[in-house]
Design a protein around this ligand. Structure first.
Ligand code: DGL
Length: 279
C-alpha cells in the first residue's frame, strides 16, 4: 500500500460575516507577514449579529467547510458573533469530520484572557452585537480568567450597518455611538475599560473615543488576537508546518466583488481585488 501523501502547505483562513475581519487580518499581516492568508467575507448574508444561534452556526459551518475545500488546515473566525455562537459546536462536533482541517480558532479567548489586566476599578464594559451579548460568551469566558471582574455588556445593533454602509463620518453615526455608550455607562459609572468586541467597531474608534468619559481605556481586539496567533503557532509546530509562507493574500466574498473591492480599503488600509465564491 502506498503511504498517504503529506498535505500541501496552505494559507491561513480568516473568516468574517463581512468586512470586519479585515481589521484583524491587517494585524495578522503586520505581526506575521511571512504566511499566506485567504480571507472570506460572507457579505451576501451579513450581518450575523441579529441572527439566531442556529443560523449563525449553519452559515459559519458552511464557511469553515469551504476553507477546508481550499486546503486550509487552520481557520480563524475573525468575527465575534461567529466565535460566540458557532465556534464551540464546530470544534467539538464538526471539526473531526472535516477532512484536512486541523484547527478552528476564534477571537474571544485572546480578548478575554488579558482584559482584566487593563482595569483598576474591576469593572469593564463589553460593546458587541446583539448576538454576541445574548450568547453571554464574554461574561462566561472572562469569569474563567478574572472571576472578580464585573462585566457590563451593551449591544450596539446600529453600529455594524453604519460601518458596512460607510456612514462612519455622519451625524447618524455620532448619534448611535453616543446612545449606546450612554446606555453602557448607565449600567455602572465604575467602568474604566471598554472592549470593542466586534471586529467592525475599530472603524468607529474616533466617534467612540469622543463619547467616552475621561480616563476610560478603549481596547481593540486586532493586536490581542494577532499576538495570540503568533504565540499559538510557536507552541504548535504540528500546525505551523501545514501553513504556506509566500507572503500572499487572497480575498473572497459571497457577494459582489465590486462592492467588496470598493469598501475593503477602509478596513484593510489598502486596495484589494476579490473573487466571488458560493459556499
Ligand atoms: N464583525 C462581526 C463581529 O465581530 C459582526 C458583524 C455582524 O453582525 O455580522 O461580531
Amino acid at each position: 500500500m502506498l503511504p498517504a501523501s503529506a498535505p500541501h502547505p496552505a494559507p491561513i483562513g480568516v473568516f468574517d460575516s463581512g468586512y470586519g475581519g479585515l481589521t484583524v487580518l491587517r494585524e495578522f499581516i503586520d505581526a506575521l507577514p511571512q504566511y499566506d492568508y485567504l480571507y472570506l467575507g460572507d457579505n451576501a448574508r451579513t450581518p450575523y449579529g441579529t441572527r439566531s444561534f442556529e443560523t449563525v452556526y449553519q452559515y459559519t459551518l458552511e464557511a469553515v467547510r469551504w476553507f477546508a475545500r481550499q486546503g486550509c488546515a487552520l481557520v480563524i473566525l475573525a468575527c465575534n458573533t461567529a466565535s460566540a455562537k458557532a465556534l464551540r459546536s464546530i470544534q467539538q462536533n464538526d471539526l473531526p469530520h472535516i477532512a484536512g482541517l486541523r484547527r478552528v480558532l476564534g477571537v474571544l479567548r485572546p480578548s478575554t484572557e488579558s482584559i482584566g489586566q487593563h482595569s483598576h476599578s474591576g469593572s469593564i464594559g463589553i460593546l458587541a452585537t446583539r448576538g454576541t451579548v445574548a450568547s453571554l460568551s464574554y461574561p462566561t469566558e472572562i469569569a474563567h480568567f478574572f472571576p472578580h471582574l464585573k462585566v457590563y455588556q451593551q449591544a450596539c445593533p446600529m453600529w455594524v450597518p453604519l460601518v458596512e454602509n460607510n456612514k462612519i463620518d455622519t451625524p447618524g453615526a455620532d448619534y448611535f455611538v453616543g446612545e449606546s455608550l450612554r446606555a453602557l455607562f448607565a449600567q455602572s459609572a465604575q467602568i474604566d475599560t471598554v472592549l470593542l468586541a466586534c471586529t467592525h467597531y475599530p472603524l468607529l474608534h474616533k466617534q467612540i473615543a469622543a463619547h467616552l468619559p475621561a480616563g476610560v481605556r478603549l481596547v481593540s481586539q486586532g493586536k490581542l488576537v494577532a499576538a495570540s496567533l503568533e504565540d499559538y503557532l510557536q507552541r504548535h509546530p504540528e500546525i505551523d508546518c501545514l501553513l504556506s509562507r509566500n507572503g500572499t493574500r487572497s480575498f473572497c466574498t459571497t457577494d459582489s466583488t465590486r462592492d467588496f473591492d470598493a469598501h475593503s480599503a477602509l478596513f484593510f488600509g489598502e486596495a484589494v481585488h476579490s473573487r466571488q465564491v458560493s459556499l
